[in-house]
Design a protein around this ligand. Structure first.
Ligand code: F6R
Length: 271
């Protein structure tokens, strides 16, 4: 596991975007797993800049998003219709700015009339695409990946879940409040890839920033593997893992000096 610590949010975002861009350049038809939330916004902006200024080409890229609220969504033919879905977020922050094909974008459908069937279908689509080459992840303050709240099985698959109070509060503050949507009107259920689904990605890229994430980042990376911190399953992943943190999110890591030392050594030896 490579743990990379950067000075601030901007540098964290640039580093993460560079990792994604390298995958896109080396495998133009790669499959990316994507996340929403405040953390990846800077990463997406940097990818958009690379597309515009450096010609980073997404025309053959396929994407699968981690999750979506149940009860919200957008019509892909009218992607700029305003709502609070994660689909809208992805269009606004990334998809409408790059040359990705609409048919290559996958986001769980929050408006599905048969959520359980849809979850199975979503898993099949990931398999059909050949699996995920690189999964981008944030981390919730309760340690979740996707909407895998504490207590989710570490082998879980794509499914319908109920959101915790903390996640509802965090999302309300980050997104819904600004849109004048009351907390009671927010969706209380979501579709999420499971932890088992996420762990099948060949490579994992987790990003976190800010002092508010310091405790949970330390629990995830250095604490016991537990379904109470579902992202701690990162310790079980067998592929490539890169964790990019700003210095505040890294501030409670016990082995921080070692992680910095490893990064310096790898740099020196060109590894
Ligand atoms: C988003 C997602 C969530 C977020 C997490 C952190 O698709 O699956 O797990 O990554 O809640 O959110 P932010 O980045 O807003 O702190």
């Amino acid at each position: 596991m490579d743990i990379i610590i950067r000075e601030n949010y901007e540098q964290m975002s640039k580093y993460a975007a560079q990792i994604i861009a390298n995958v896109v350049r080396t495998k133009p038809n790669c499959v990316l797993g994507l996340a929403t939330g405040s953390t990846p916004i800077g990463t997406y902006r940097e990818l958009v800049r690379m597309h515009r200024e450096e010609g980073l080409d997404f025309s053959e890229v396929t994407t699968f998003n981690l999750d979506e609220y149940l009860g919200v969504g957008i019509d892909l033919d009218k992607p700029y219709h305003l709502d609070q879905s994660y689909a809208r977020f992805m269009y606004e922050e990334l998809f409408k700015h790059i040359n990705i094909k609409k048919e290559n974008i996958h986001i769980p459908d929050g408006l599905t009339t048969n959520p359980n069937e849809h979850c199975k279908w979503y898993e099949e689509q990931i398999k059909k695409a050949g699996g995920i080459d690189l999964q981008l992840l944030g981390i919730g303050r309760d340690g979740h990946w996707g909407f895998n709240e504490p207590g989710s099985s570490l082998g879980s698959r794509t499914r319908v879940v109920a959101l915790t109070e903390q996640t509802l509060n965090d999302n309300y503050e980050a997104f819904y409040k600004k849109a004048n949507i009351s907390r009671s009107e927010m969706p209380h259920f979501a579709i999420t890839m499971g932890i088992g689904t996420i762990l099948e990605a060949r490579n994992i890229l987790m990003i976190a920033n800010g002092a508010g994430k310091a405790d949970v980042v330390a629990k995830c990376l250095e604490g016991p593997v537990t379904s109470q911190i579902t992202s701690s399953a990162i310790q079980l992943h067998s592929g490539g893992i890169t964790v990019v943190l700003d210095k505040e999110a890294a501030s409670k890591l016990k082995n921080i000096d070692y992680y910095r030392h490893v990064e310096t050594l790898k740099h020196q030896y060109g590894l």
